[in-house]
Ligand binder design. Structure first.
Ligand code: TMP
Length: 205
């Protein structure tokens, strides 16, 4: 089973992915974690190019292709082999981030991006996706308050991040079978409990 976590910057995805992974391991599931962009030696090198504040002149088309390149390598090296051996893969971001950020954020057509994503991933889409939902401004403020490293993507204007958040809602509404929306503007414990309840229903434990 392939489970992904999506959401605006500062929504607490990375924390929750770790917490939920630990809980599932305790329950006896075999888990593989991934994080995007990154997760293999080559994908991590691409991540450095994408996030580096020195690369402010990067145009959106380059950005799209680099996210897809990092993902293609991750799918081939890590995700597909893990799924084939029966493991649960939990990913901190995946293809829906491209539809939300490069699609709704930068305004590229969803259909064009889906074709690119299908090419990059060999048509691999998640079975279940959690949207950790938080207003864009609150998410960015959290990143500043937690003194997390500010990257080139964070540096886009607030209006961009608001389009991203609205885009996530549109993606979730278009495929409610796959998406679960979680209010991420709560304590870490409350968010974790809500995710675990929905997972219990989906995985029957
Ligand atoms: P993060 O590791 O803090 O989640 O940072 C990744 C940043 O890259 C975040 O701002 C979202 C952005 N991103 C995209 O714009 N498109 C993508 O396809 C992915 C995976 C991430």
């Amino acid at each position: 089973m392939f489970i992904t976590f999506e959401g605006p910057d500062g929504s607490g995805k990375t924390t929750q992915v770790k917490r939920i992974g630990r809980k599932l391991i305790e329950k006896g599931f075999d888990i593989v974690y991934t994080r995007e962009p990154g997760g293999t030696e080559i994908s991590d090198q691409v991540r450095e190019i994408l996030m580096n504040m020195k690369n402010k002149q990067m145009c959106p088309r380059t950005e799209i292709l680099l996210f897809c390149a990092a993902r293609a390598q991750l799918v081939e090296e890590v995700i597909r082999p893990a799924l084939q051996s029966g493991k649960i893969v939990i990913s901190d971001r995946y293809a829906d981030s491209t539809l939300a950020y490069q699609g709704y954020g930068h305004g590229f057509e969803q259909e064009t991006l889906k074709q690119l994503l299908n090419f990059a991933t060999g048509n691999l889409w998640p079975d279940l996706t959690f949207l950790l939902d938080i207003p864009a401004e609150k998410g960015l403020r959290r990143r500043i308050n937690n003194q997390e490293e500010w990257n080139r993507m964070d540096d886009y204007q607030l209006a961009f991040h608001e389009r991203v958040r609205n885009g996530y809602h549109q993606l979730a509404a278009a495929d409610p079978q796959r998406w679960e929306i979680i209010d991420a503007d709560q304590s870490e414990e409350a968010v974790e409990n809500e995710i675990m309840q929905r997972l219990a229903r989906r995985l029957h434990f």
